[in-house]
Design a protein around this ligand. Sequence first.
Ligand code: SF4
Length: 351
Amino acid sequence: MKPGFAWRLIEWQGKHGRRDLPWQNTGSAYKTWLSEVMLQQTQVATVLGYFQRFTERFPTVEDLAVAESEEVMQLWQGLGYYSRARNLHACAKQVVARFNGEFPSTVPELESLPGIGRSTAGAIVSLGHGLRAPILDGNVKRVFCRHQAIFGYPEQSAVKKKLWQLAEDLLPDERAGQYNQALMDLGATVCTSRNPNCGACPVSKDCLAFKQGATGLLPTPKPRKERVQWFFIALLVEDSHGRQWMALQPDSGLWRGLWMPPILQLPSDSLNAETLREWLDQLGLDAEGLDELALQPWLVHDLTHRQMHFKCLRLKADSAHGLFESHAPGQKPEPRVFQKLRDHVSQLMLR
Ligand code: SF4
């Protein structure tokens, strides 16, 4: 390989790259895929424990394919972005049904599976199968945008197209897996979002952002857009054994496949006592504590595209309403916001 961008990165990776992550150098397309899906929008430190638990419980893609979806969601609980878990399970089933339990080794075949985009496919091909394919995850986009001084939000289609072309053009004929690993490692440890350590970077001598003093400006941030605001009343209804009313969320919507307490979405942040009374009435619950809701602060839960606001009513009831089941906290897969609601209510009670 001629000395150049790829060569310098591969050399650097051999000396300074990450080598001890449990999904590295396994030669397993299954483990590469699992780690890639978990690492989308999530830090390595958070993923480590989840990866270990998943691979212990599901050592092969067949084990994952035959698991109950509730168990998969339970193991995923806390990682967030739950559509990833649903796609993960659906993908495992298809790998078994369509590809005899072997992850395919071409990008188009991999992209035909649920939850696998072009970059994840490239990672599976290069890191899991040792073949040649480019990747373009968040770390790599950041390195390319800076190194080539590419301005414009990287998710805009014209910019993305340019970045993919660059990823193709720079990909070496040999050692594509180690090169891709080097790009990811450089983005994660040296060319970091804030304060890149250009002094330790193997490609600084031809990095345009470094030369132009523009590292702080690249990649171009996402254009600001107002987030959607949602308002909810949540009921934390407990029976005499400390179990809570929960319902499995329907197959569509944000929390599908997870368990949530009764919640009512409001059209705005104003509380209509009559609507709330009717709702409680339908559930066979007394409207106790309703007056205090007006004084209760909103609990804010931030998501990428929306901001959710909750007020909670804590009530006692002997048996669950027909729509709900009673379960001990933590027994069912539930979104992180549910735990936040419980903590919120406990804190309010301490005041
Ligand atoms: Fe990133 Fe700095 Fe390296 Fe350029 S020189 S690729 S900005 S770490």
